[in-house]
Design a protein around this ligand. Structure first.
Ligand SMILES: Cc1ncc(COP(=O)(O)O)c(C=O)c1O
Length: 402
């Protein structure tokens, strides 16, 4: 069958670049190559025991049926308690929608609200899926450049890009791919701009909330600007903070109008999130210990990666991420150099290919995140792999010539 059967929307859609890079690394590993996979976007820890045991209990007790499309009431109660305990935010169960992952919530939120040509402001460097999901829902992604030092969105730049057509502004803290964490003051400045634009909705993606390295602190936009609560959809979930990526549970906290609209869409698309995963997530959201253990471990791995990579003159001053589990390296001193075999590395994609070939390390290029020339390295793998992989990168870079 030919591609002519496909819709223009799907033809225009890009496959997730990070999932594609991770899949290529897995393929090479299965073919016998000893690749260190720095392209993964998930914790390497197993799901903690408590949610796993709750899922087994759910299966044996026959909790295996369709649920409320909005998510079970007791799970939504557990989410409200989590928001109160961890974030000092008050939400009622009718302001919570549970979906099959945070990505599913973002997709349905955009689908529920975007009319043709509505604009979605996406600060760069961005998580690969925001522009594609916005376009898939008929919107127009407007990419806004960050502060060149911090790689964060600045209030003035945001203000310049808001128009009468702006439907959503996307905020992501801690950020994938940079690991940047917005401070209270930075969020306050952004909030002041948003308060003047009552037609704009705000997506606050806080999925990496549990991985913030002291002294940095996670703050939600709704904490600093409670008057924006009605227009903000907080997106979070079980995937990252609770090492439950495969369970597919995410949630949105927002206005009852938006929650009801997403519920209606879910009732016609996926019907409801997995009933077994919902039982597990209910327990996960009541726990704090496992994420603290993971956070401390990631912090050690981050420090190890930065220490080794900093020994390469070509990587310059490495920005230490304050959150998430990614390093976003600047490749300005590397593009234009030649490999030993004479190939010129013209762009970050070439560097990714070079590192895969010469260092046996899989990474993702900045171009996937709308910001070049850069490289994303995930440090969600063992300290041994980090040590070996980062040293291999340093050694491969040392072989480059002017
Ligand atoms: C910034 C960001 N938001 C949302 C998600 C979606 O996570 P999930 O759908 O697994 O809950 C991801 C996953 O990589 C992410 O990096």
């Amino acid at each position: 069958m030919t591609a002519s059967i496909l819709s223009q929307k799907v033809i225009n859609l890009n496959e997730s670049a990070s999932l594609k890079a991770a899949a290529l690394a897995q393929k090479l590993i299965s073919e016998g190559r000893r690749i260190i996979n720095f392209s993964i976007g998930e914790p390497d820890f197993n799901t903690p025991d408590a949610p796993s045991l709750e899922a087994i209990k759910a299966i044996t007790m026959g909790k295996t049926h369709y649920s409320n499309p909005q998510g079970n009431l007791d799970l939504r109660e557990s989410i409200c308690e989590k928001l109160q305990r961890d974030n000092a935010l008050d939400y009622g169960t009718d302001e919570i929608i549970v979906g099959s992952g945070g990505k599913h919530i973002i997709y349905h939120a955009f689908l529920a609200t975007i009319n043709p040509d509505d604009e979605v402001i996406v600060p760069s460097p961005y998580w690969v899926s925001y522009p594609d999901i916005a376009a898939l829902c008929g919107g127009k992604p407007i990419i806004v450049q960050p502060n060149s030092e911090s790689l964060k969105l600045e209030a003035e730049e945001l203000e310049k890009n808001i128009s009468a057509k702006t439907k959503w502004v996307v905020l992501n803290s801690p950020s994938n791919p940079t690991g940047a964490v917005y401070t209270e003051d930075e969020l306050q400045a952004i909030a002041e701009v948003l308060k003047k634009q009552p037609h704009v909705l705000i997506l606050s993606d806080e999925i990496y909330e549990k991985f913030v390295y002291p002294p940095a602190k996670h703050v939600s936009l709704v904490n600093v600007a409670p008057d924006l609560k009605e227009r903000t959809l907080i997106v979070n979930g079980a995937s990252k903070g609770y090492a439950m990526t495969g369970w597919r549970i995410g949630f949105g906290a927002g206005s009852t109008t938006l929650v009801a609209a997403i519920k209606k869409l879910i009732s016609q698309t996926t019907t409801c999130p997995s009933s077994i995963s919902q039982e597990a997530a209910k327990v996960a959201f009541s726990e704090t210990q496992p994420s603290i253990m993971m956070r401390d471990s990631f912090q050690g791995r981050r420090d190890q990666a930065v220490t080794i990579l900093s020994t390469s003159e070509l990587l310059g001053d490495i920005r230490k991420p304050e959150g998430a589990f990614y390093l976003f390296l600047n490749l300005e001193k590397i593009v234009g150099k030649q490999t030993a075999s004479g190939k010129v590395l013209n762009m970050d994609d070439d560097v990714v290919e070079f590192l895969l070939e010469e260092a046996n390390v899989s990474t993702v290029s900045g171009s996937a995140y709308g910001f070049s020339p850069c490289l994303r390295i995930s440090f969600a793998c063992s300290i041994e792999q980090i040590t070996q992989g980062c040293q291999a990168i340093v050694d491969a870079l040392a072989s480059l010539k002017d």
